[in-house]
Design a protein around this ligand. Sequence first.
Ligand code: IVH
Length: 679
Amino acid sequence: MTPQDRILQLRSELHQHNHNYYVLNQPTISDKDFDLLMKELEALEREHPEMADPNSSTQRVGSDITSDFEQVAHRYPMLSLGNTYNREEVREFYERVESELGQGQFSICCELKFDGLSISLIYERGQLVRALTRGDGQQGDDVTANVRTIRSIPLQLPDGTDYPDELEIRGEVLLPYSSFERLNEEQEAAGKPLFANPRNAASGTLKSKDSRVVAHRQLDAYLYYIPSPLPSPSHYDALQQARQWGFKVSEHMRVAHSLQDIYDYIDHWDEERRNLPVATDGIVLKVNDLRQQQALGYTAKTPRWAIAYKFPAERALTPLEEVTFQVGRTGAVTPVANMAPVHLAGTTVRRATLHNEDYIRQLDLHEGDWVYVEKAGEIIPQVVGVEANKRPTDARPVVFITHCPECGAPLTRYEGEAANYCTNEATCPPQIKGRIEHFVSRDAMNIDSLGSEKVSRYYDLGIISDIGDLYTLRQRFAESTGFFGTTPEGKLLQQEFGGTKSKSGEKAFQGIEASWSVPFERVLYALGIRFVGKVVAKILAQHFRSIDALMQATEEQLTEVEGVGPAIAQSVVHYLSLPRSQELISQLRAAGLQMQMKEAEHLSDALMGKSIVISGTFTHHSRDEYKALIEAHGGKNVSSISKKTTFILAGDAMGPSKMQKAASLGVPLVTEEEFLAML
Ligand code: IVH
């Protein structure tokens, strides 16, 4: 057998095993043997680059080639469905269909309504050629590279099955509960924000620019609609056929012949959906016969032959044990209901938000009340009602606290706001922690060598007590030897940043130091001034050009700037007048942070005449920031590696093909740290 034939044979075998594992849940070989076949194919493909195929199983891992998604027009518009929340409207739908098609002349296909995001897959002669999101229904984003990493989606339909040459099939991409939980654990461990629910996570993932991220997150897909022409007369049969072609089609579709059949289906799944591995938010009813579908036709936005019935949000009743109060980074105090554990939409719930003081009053919440809790698609459960009939006779109303549970300072309510705030901005621990977390966050100084967990830990240990302390860490660590190594702080610094952890210590210091190049507008945002979000920070930075000019500005001058209202102006003036703010600003200035807009983009000639390729993922700066840095220092950004490339600025997880190319052309790799040192 020639290597070329072996490649084709391996591809076909691997597609079959992939299907057995991810669609049928019935693997026929061990993981180890699967890996062996995969390795063999990888090796052969490396030796025979002329045989490259984006639909090979080896491409399921994704690649680091990032590009913006191209907008592509849908061949068949992607419509949505008419929604209803009540059975009465289901009956109306049924009766309308019956009056148009005739009693006993039609059947209805009942399906689960999967809660993810819709996708359209296009196959030509059995090969996946394109995957589009819904977009505005007329055109969607081309997410083919990402979709290729979803293992339950066939890349190539099996030979010998009678799939049409041109096939468009639609369905839902989703993240199973188990993968969702794993993902959020990883996010939490990395100090990154959690996803609110599996749908948001699936949608964020599918729109990720790095297909390796997608491959890692284990998306899944169910297919439920074929808009392209089909030989079979019914929707149900067409989907059973699609299952033969390798698609994951739900086993829970049923054909109903009466309204009662439909109600039975709804009743069954309203309960049973709790046991499914993926999120569903209703059921979909479709007239089964394809010609009848055509006859019923479409309104502007939805088919007249289908309707979605949405399940009511799950709700549980449980006794309230205690109301506690949480202080956030802005000092806002949120009341939380602590309840007897209760099962709700797949998880055990013990705590639910009560939002604010007014909400507690509206609920007329009393101590010892039984409360109704809902998740309504979100992770955070909320109390939505009180069962007054179960109230103990002498129960007292729940009252809002008057002082901060963390620092004891009095609370206050600002005009027009629902939240109560702790007034001790200067020394209330969660507020300080929150400010530091905000300061290091991605959109602010982007010091991701210090996630929010580390910040919180260093604060609790007493190593940092405010933002300015970040910039003395390296020096204090260096001094924490000899005699100082025996002081409590010295010991802690050695323990956190020295010894075997020295590498991560050095990384943390470098991450902090890299913030000298963060532009002024982001430094301003990072300060965490009330009402000064990213947009306002940019407006202020562009208008006043420097922190000194901003500090001189009066409320009046501030409100003259377009986009700055009185509340913002007042907040900025107040913040900048505080001695602790002024002290922080001089600490940051001394540390070398940008306190004014850069006038000249040209910083140095350090990279003059050098052609540089950026590849991989980075810790200290984003790709865009590196591109800007290269140009500011006289260098040239190039996108592909050639003999003329001076070096590659190589981050983590650089793609193997780029690595090979660099090696074969003898182009050196430069790490992030080495690069920053050059500047
Ligand atoms: S059929 C022309 N079937 O619900 C009809 N849609 O609210 C095409 N969905 O955009 C859609 N499960 O993203 C259909 N079994 C199912 C579905 C389903 C989930 C989603 C789909 C659609 C939305 C409409």
